[in-house]
Design a protein around this ligand. Structure first.
Ligand code: NDP
Ligand code: NHF
Length: 349
């Protein structure tokens, strides 16, 4: 059994906690929160932009720490799951690695490239796993797309178009702090850059235009430029949507032998799947493929945690959660900001 300790009980801490309930072998055994109410199980202040409001949680079987350093020093923790605000990712990751722990840290790895590089290097030096919680590939529709591309069943990808759009989030002071989070061009859109990197590889260059605010990307349209000039990849992402367009994401991917389409979001507080995953192969009629993974709101997080725990027990990190891919996704974000500012195509590498 891999024993997991969560640091930070906010939207993501709660989401990971719920996701972990569906793990068979591995378990959350400890939490660290500064909030006495949360230590006693009253998590009702937590509500993010998907999933239900948290309520009363049974914390009786858990080790409970008010100071996260005590969790880091607990020899009975195998994996530290850092669900803290982004500005604390570097500090707490380095502390956890120094304490001899394997780490799963929420996305984005950091907003600064220097700090992300430092984290990846520290994990290598410590001989511990640094995994970054890029959960998108664990969402059933995205997983299906990724697995279809890997299998070659529909041939090569010719065109891929993604979108991820939100209204400015407000479930905590931390998440409402656009500037501290690096703008939505990092905080939100890094999901797409990570997934696109996984699916199509890291692009050579990007060309973006969009809305910069306070020197950071708020909303953008990006064209990803690959050596293979026949591969067209683009994405629209950002945080300029109106209040009741809380969240929306999806894709249209055209392969040599077919297409996969998907679009869904939270509109006016309701989760709406406006285009369920649809496969249109060759001259076949559209069909809805059977999807893997659970159907709970937090199932993708269960899969992410299962993969992280398997990494600890097997010792090999999959590309999906690797610190390096998370760092490459951040490099794309920085290149996009430069492209918007300069009006030029910018090299990513
Ligand atoms: N993968 C995904 O889909 C998502 C990822 N995220 C990422 O997850 C991370 C956390 O975001 P989210 O959960 O929404 O944020 P929240 O603000 O909801 O939660 C963060 C928690 O961290 C703890 N915390 C805050 N400041 C400090 C501090 N100075 N010292 C110690 N603990 C602190 C608090 O927990 P406590 O009260 O327990 O001390 C707080 O509730 C971010 O990096 C964000 O980008 C966010 C949303 C979705
Ligand atoms: O997916 C997400 C939803 O929006 C949030 C606000 O940008 C992000 O932090 C998060 O990763």
């Amino acid at each position: 059994m891999v024993r997991i300790g969560i640091i930070g009980i906010g939207f993501m801490g709660y989401t990971h906690f719920e996701g972990a309930k569906f793990l068979k072998r591995d378990k959350i055994t400890a939490i660290a929160t500064r909030d006495k109410k949360k230590l006693s199980g009253n998590w009702s202040s937590i509500q993010g932009n998907f999933g239900p409001r948290a309520g009363q949680v049974d914390t009786s079987d858990l080790k409970k720490y008010e100071d996260y350093h005590d969790l880091l020093n607990d020899p009975e923790i195998d994996l530290v799951d850092i669900c803290l605000p982004t500005e604390l990712h570097e500090k707490v990751t380095l502390e956890a690695l120094a304490a001899g722990k394997n780490v799963l840290v929420e996305k984005p790895i950091s907003i600064e490239l220097k700090s992300a590089n430092k984290m990846v290097a520290a994990a290598e030096k410590a001989g511990k796993q640094l995994m970054v919680g890029h959960v998108l590939p664990f969402f059933p529709e995205f997983r299906f797309l990724y697995e279809t591309a890997r299998s070659g069943r529909l041939g090569k990808i010719r065109s891929a178009r993604f979108h991820r759009v939100i209204a400015p989030p407000n479930w905590s002071d931390n998440i409402a702090d656009y500037a501290k989070l690096g703008g939505w061009g990092i905080d939100l859109h890094i999901h797409d850059n990570h997934f696109i990197g996984l699916l199509c590889g890291i692009p050579q260059k990007v060309f973006s235009n969009g809305v910069m605010e306070q020197g950071l990307v708020n909303h953008l349209h990006t064209q990803y430029v690959y050596e293979d000039s026949e591969l067209s990849v683009s994405c629209v992402s950002g945080g300029i949507a109106p209040k009741h367009l809380q969240f929306s994401h999806g894709f249209e991917v055209i392969f040599e032998e077919g297409a996969l389409l998907f679009s869904a979001g939270t509109f006016g507080g309701e989760w709406v799947v406006d285009r369920p995953l649809t496969e249109i192969a060759k001259s076949n009629k559209p069909k809805s493929p059977k999807l893997k993974g659970g159907s709970e709101w937090c199932s993708a997080f269960t899969e992410e945690l299962r993969t992280a725990c398997d990494t600890i027990s097997k010792g090999t990190a999959p590309e999906i959660l690797s610190g390096q891919l998370a760092l490459d996704a951040l490099k794309i974000c920085h290149a996009e900001a430069k492209s918007i500012e300069s009006g030029r195509i910018i090299s990513v590498r």
